[in-house]
Design a protein around this ligand. Structure first.
Ligand SMILES: C[S@@+](CC[C@H](N)C(=O)[O-])C[C@H]1O[C@@H](n2cnc3c(N)ncnc32)[C@H](O)[C@@H]1O
Length: 177
């Protein structure tokens, strides 16, 4: 497989998953785009989810001018600085869909970022909420449902937060010990 083939497969998976998630997400709950980049996936999401508020996180916005969100929906800065106060402001378990495409060519750094970001995303997803991501995350309250989507393993990652009933009893038992 050439590098061109590989990029095309990844972008096809990304687009197919954005379409899939847009069809099935809860009608209520926030939508977040982590990593604006050129604004391609943001543009796709806003087209698939007309009228829905989409919050975008980006440390150095440089997207095509037609693909820039309104300032009130653009959180400028490092995600580790902007996401915690955002969660504080909107509350935990509020996101119906998060798309995270923040990877770079540095795999070691990507793994570190994913590990550090996992608790924040786990906290933000509402029960049934979906995370689509360019890499794997460690989310204790979510299930990896990539297989449900038909996307090949390792090409893109999909997680769904479990309903509260799936873990609250177990957590209550643990915290009672
Ligand atoms: C691969 S690009 C996103 C491409 C985008 N999905 C598109 O379709 O155009 C990744 C973006 O994430 C941003 N990014 C990476 N790490 C970040 C961080 N810790 N905080 C904020 N933005 C970050 C980069 O600046 C870059 O613009």
């Amino acid at each position: 497989m050439t590098r061109l083939d590989s990029v095309i497969r990844r972008l096809t998976a990304q687009r197919d998953l954005l379409d899939w998630a847009s069809r099935i997400i809860s009608p209520t709950g926030l939508v977040l785009e982590l990593g604006l980049g050129n604004g391609r996936t943001y543009d796709h999401l806003r087209t698939r989810l007309p009228g829905r508020e989409i919050y975008v996180f980006e440390r150095s916005p440089a997207a095509h001018p037609a693909c820039l969100p309104e300032p009130k929906y653009l959180m400028v800065g490092d995600i580790f600085d902007t996401l915690p106060p955002f969660i504080e402001a909107v509350g935990r378990r509020r996101a119906a869909l998060i798309h995270a495409d923040i990877g770079s060519g540095d795999e070691r750094l990507n793994r570190e970022v994913a590990l550090r970001m996992s608790p924040l995303l786990d906290e933000l997803l509402q029960p049934g909420g979906l995370l689509l991501a360019d890499r794997s995350f460690a989310l204790p309250h979510c299930e990896d449902v990539t297989r449900e989507t038909g996307v090949a393993e390792g090409r893109y990652y999909v997680y769904r937060r479990q309903p509260e009933s799936a873990y609250s009893a177990a957590e209550q038992r643990t915290s009672a010990r």
